[in-house]
Design a protein. Sequence first.
Length: 251
Amino acid sequence: MNPRYILYIHLVLNDIILLTIFTLIMVLSYIVYTLNVSFCMFLLSIGLLSTANNPFTLAVMAVECYIAVCFPLRHSLICTVRKTYAVIGLMWLIGLLTVLPDIFYAFATESLDFFRSRMFCLSANVFRNPVLKERRDVSNIVCLVIIWLTIFYTYFRIMCAAKAADSKKARNTVLLHGFQLLLCMLTYIFHLTIEGLTFLFPRGGLNIRFIITILIHVLPRLISPLVYGLRDKMFRKYLRKYLVCSIHKQP
């Protein structure tokens, strides 16, 4: 299998996990309003882990594109299936290292009654210590700076490569990765947007949270993989094939 498609599948699966978690939290919040803290912490941890994986996946996809254009003869040696799986495992490990400290700190500082209690499922309610928020903000900034530098570096190196059609397509692909990364960064203004709108419209708290979740979390993760997939010739070929087959199979 092509490593590029492995990374694309990983991006889509990661988005599916994230959308499932956010949808589940939103539905439960509307139905029962409060959740058990332990269950809420479990859901939030998976959501935070998936959120951290998205930018890393985009950066790795940009690097793969850069290697394909600038080192075409060595691409098959550098970008192997085994190395791709190893990089994906490393991404999940880095994500765990950003999430597990919050969980361990909560277990060390909170009482047993806290984990048995019920509350509205928010990250700020479960991981209550302000030190955790500061640590998370610092780690997010460091990771995003590294990822943006990676995308800018790969883009400008591809620009300096041969002026061929493949190079132009590769530049557009890296630009698309940058656009996808911008969509991912909307996640970091999620709580700020909700707090501002809730302050202006205090009676519509749940409705505001639902609408902002759709706009910031759901739509970007539906649009970006679809756009990236439809640009790929192989993807379009098989998509057209299966669509035609499904139409012909209908009675």
